[in-house]
Design a protein around this ligand. Structure first.
Ligand code: PNS
Length: 177
């Protein structure tokens, strides 16, 4: 296993400034950082796998040692398949700790030679999550400063037609009542 290769796995639905902060930190620490997007999650994503990959590729284009890939099945098996010795995960607050500890220890049981490395994102992103970004955007709130402009545009494109549809339905129902 190669000490210089790390996997940063996740859903990235959508990528946030917190993810990018971690990718930047990881790219400085490891020779090669592979951002690996889970292919078949139980959750129904807002962005398709292709959309997430395209966004991540554009957002990380300037970091030469960062590669974007997908994986399915056990993450540690994927890590082994690309010779990665480390798994990078971000911990924002104490609330993340329990879940991350459980996952790290379970992954260690499955693959004792794969180490999980935790990094803290910048304080400004400590309350930021993809789920909240999706929710705020869907409810018409501002997500400026939380995600890169590219992601902001993609969210707008995705949400605008849905908003228009909802509003027109409300208007139609309103007329009937
Ligand atoms: O961004 P997320 O949703 O917090 O990422 C979670 C992810 C993808 C890292 C985790 O769900 C995962 O590794 N899934 C792959 C399946 C697996 O290996 N499960 C065992 C975990 S102990």
């Amino acid at each position: 296993m190669n000490k210089g290769i790390a996997v940063y796995p996740g859903s990235f639905d959508p990528p946030t400034n917190g993810h990018l902060d971690l990718i930047e930190r990881g790219s400085k620490m490891f020779e090669q950082l592979v951002v690996a997007v889970l292919r078949n999650s139980e959750k129904t994503p807002m962005f398709s796998l292709t959309e997430r990959l395209e966004m991540l590729r554009q957002l990380t284009a300037d970091w030469e040692n960062v590669r974007i890939d997908t994986f399915d099945g056990l993450m540690v098996e994927y890590a082994k398949s690309i010779d990665a010795m480390c798994v990078l995960r971000g911990i924002r607050a104490i609330s993340d700790y329990e879940y991350e500890l459980q996952m790290a220890l379970m992954n260690r049981k499955l693959a004792p030679n794969v180490e999980t490395v935790f990094m803290m994102p910048a304080e400004a992103y400590s309350y930021l999550s993809s789920r909240l970004v999706r929710e705020i955007a869907q409810l018409g709130g501002s997500i400026s400063g939380l995600v890169p402009e590219l992601v902001q545009r993609r969210l707008q494109e995705k949400i605008d037609p849905a908003l228009k549809f909802q509003q027109s339905r409300k208007r139609k129902t309103g007329k009937k009542e």
